[in-house]
Write a protein that binds this ligand. Structure first.
Ligand code: GAR
Length: 208
């Protein structure tokens, strides 16, 4: 069975793109297909990327109406798996409960550190730099009603270099996100186990 995947995104959608490219690369062996892209922002780049792939894309309103609309959109598209990819809103409780175990998020740090409300995008990387830690990374986890608190499914470390700023660190972590997230989604959609195929096909060395 091919899993029907919805991606929720607020931003540019590079993780959405990485997932689409990965599933495309599997051809007939792909365990899933992205059947809906939903945003809370009508101008999100992720919506453009979806439309370029002929995937139905829409933005939903804030508040109670938006929660009902989100639930209805997922239901109408017969979605099996919900993937948050840079989605900055709390997922409404009805959606969390209905998709329990089938709703995942990627966070650009090693949870449970540097997570929670307000920890998104460059804020996360700045907090990592401010704390002076030498290793950060990416975490894929199940989504609950609280930000970044669900069970961890996979993590991958990324070094922090002395001359990093939030942008250079974000770019390095994003490379790992693009490798890690599609593989975890592959596992959830079809394989039944998370296979990370060794290590990412790149390594990080400190710039001189
Ligand atoms: C990614 O780095 C993702 O991990 C992060 O937002 C970025 C979205 O980039 N998510 C969070 O910070 C959630 N707390 P993208 O739109 O290019 O995929």
């Amino acid at each position: 069975m091919i899993s029907r995947i919805a991606v929720l995104a607020s931003g540019g959608g590079s993780n959405l793109q990485a997932l689409l490219d990965y599933l495309d690369s599997l051809g007939d062996d792909s365990p899933g297909e992205v059947v809906a892209v939903i945003s809370d922002r009508p101008t999100a780049g992720a919506l453009e990327r979806a439309r370029a792939h002929d995937i139905p894309a829409c933005s939903i309103a804030k508040g109670a109406d938006g929660a009902a609309e989100l639930f209805r959109t997922l239901h109408d598209a017969s979605v099996d798996l919900v993937v948050l990819a840079g989605y900055l809103r709390l997922v409404p409780p009805a959606v969390v409960h209905h998709y329990d175990g089938r709703l995942v998020n990627i966070h650009p740090a090693l949870l449970p550190a540097f997570g929670g409300e307000g920890m998104y995008g460059l804020h996360v990387h700045q907090a990592v730099l401010d704390a002076g830690v030498r290793v950060t990374g990416a975490t894929v986890h199940l989504v609950t009603e609280e930000y970044d608190r669900g069970s961890i499914l996979a993590q991958w470390p990324v070094p922090v270099f002395p001359h990093d700023d939030a942008a250079t660190l974000a770019a390095r972590v994003l490379q790992v996100e693009h490798w890690l997230y599609p593989r975890v989604i592959h596992a959830l959609a079809g394989r039944g186990e998370i296979v990370l195929d060794g290590a990412p096909p790149f390594s990080f060395t400190e710039p001189r």
